[in-house]
Design a protein around this ligand. Sequence first.
Ligand code: WTA
Length: 635
Amino acid sequence: MVQPTAVKNEMEGDVYHPSAEVVSEAYIQDYDKMYQRSMDDPEDFWADLAGELDWYKKWDQVLDDSNPPFYKWFVGGKTNIIQNALDRHVKTYRKNKLALVWEGEPGDVRTFSYFALNREVCKFANLLRSMGVEKGDIVTIYLPRIPEQVIAMLACAKIGAPHSVVYGGFSVEALAERIEDAESRVLITADGGWLRGKIVKLKDIADEAMARQPTIESCIVIKRTGQEIYMEAGRDYWYDELMGLPISNSQSETVQMDAEDPLFILYTSGTTGRPKGVVHTHGGYMVYTYSTLKCVFDIKDEDRWWCAADPGWITGHSYIVYGPLLNGATSFMYEGAPTHPYPNRWWKMIENYGITILYTAPTAIRGLMRFGDAWANRHDLSSLRLLGSVGEPINPEAWRWYYQVVGKERSPIMDTWWQTETGGFMITPLPITPLKPGSATKPFFGIDVEVVDEEGEVVPPGEEGYLVVKKPWPGMLRTIYRDPERYQQQYWEKFKTKYQTGDSARRDKDGYLWIIGRMDDVIKVSGYRLGTAEVESALVSHPAVAEAAAIGLPHDIKGNAIHAYVILRSGYEQSEKLGDELRQHVGHEIGPIAKPEQVGFVESLPKTRSGKIMRRLLRARALGEPEGDISTLED
Ligand code: WTA
């Protein structure tokens, strides 16, 4: 099943060249030469980049590919991502450099130098230790976009406890099933977070989730919004009170980890069933996020980098938290909605903080574009030197608006294609790359991609096919947590030695790659990744619903929107009210982003003879498109 996109063939003629100024400042000057080197001797190439970072002990072997697809990187090496994200900076002039500048939605501001961030991380790490968290324990973090979200992640990493961050926009069942799969004993949450002037009551949601998954023994609660909340004696503790205890001194040892030890688990939607826990490591992920950010966004000491994602998704893990800190950069982070209280909020902050690089998603661009140019034009955006896009294909109209109105035709757009599983950018321009709006351009160094047909044969230029990766890379996922078979089956079964991305793509005659969209039952809604299965299981958990199907249909701002079809149990009558109740129910179980746009009541669902719902057919019918091959359809 191929998701639609606005990127059309006719755009391919349209090329934008970076200015001489941008090119002269770029860290990488010759893409072809460096790419060739990375293909000729990948191990040597990656060893060089890894060598730019500190290690307690250097690796014995760069890549162990003796047991594919279970690849290992920097085998025998000892490090901890914190060694390079914090420890090494506080020993240099960067000690006094800003690591994080944060603005809350109500307008409150907090800043952390590398020294201050390290101190908070040390204190939090000691606190976790005092609560009995040990190397290997998985800590679940469910927070709004506040500095403590970053601090908590880093503290876990420091003591070798993999974190599992659950996006603050998720709700009860999404949180509960992630806690369950990770068997977390400690949960870090907050009383609430600010969004569009309202409080998102995270602790209430966490309470319900903990009631469903009683593995949580201790819950650390950060005070953000200050309203009255329920605190369970012996389980729930205020962070501020714990931090005031004498245990929380600011010295804390960074635990030496094997390069292949897990750094975190991040749950993401797959083709079937429940979200899968993607596992990333201290060594390879560190090298990969460090080098991709450095080469693609040309991070320099004087930059003010703003990745406007949420730390709860991979984009935030790699490019709010780890990548920028590994590069010793200054990051900006904002808590709330882009349009609160007015649609100039982002532009005002760019001006105010002198942001030099903005990295965001097409859906955000489209959402802001709809308010017209005046909001952006009212602000001085001349500090911007590079722009970035991620999460879904960017339609040329949004690309041009971003380029002209936000970047004033000075800042090239780095359209980065990658996935939770890949750890970092995979297909992306560099500042020196001539751009074609809507194309993520070319593979990053060391990344060997191909567009193939059903049999794994390379398709001719211009033809659509499966996007695959032919060589392992340091940032790749190592497995699915507690489910190595699923790892193998999901990514490596169809094309054997090639990693299957789940996306379809096209390569044009110039070698530029055009991502078309997901070929499986993953839907990208506003750039967020959801599975049809999750939405369907939330729907059938409602007493009125016997069966449900969810599909993605094109949406002007969100890219895709979820549409659901349900068969009611006997005794229930279809009504607008019930439709609305079902939408709310999905919102309560998974989160507001998963709420279907529409719930349709049907008598039956198209299925194959083996009983699988034919979502492709539902989509074709909804869009009035040809139904294609329906030979497998049950009567
Ligand atoms: C899609 C987000 C087109 C793609 C980092 C991929 C994109 C999925 C782009 C992964 C892009 C991401 N152009 N499509 N620049 N970036 N995608 O795991 O379908 O949330 O497979 O990771 O997003 O989503 P995920």
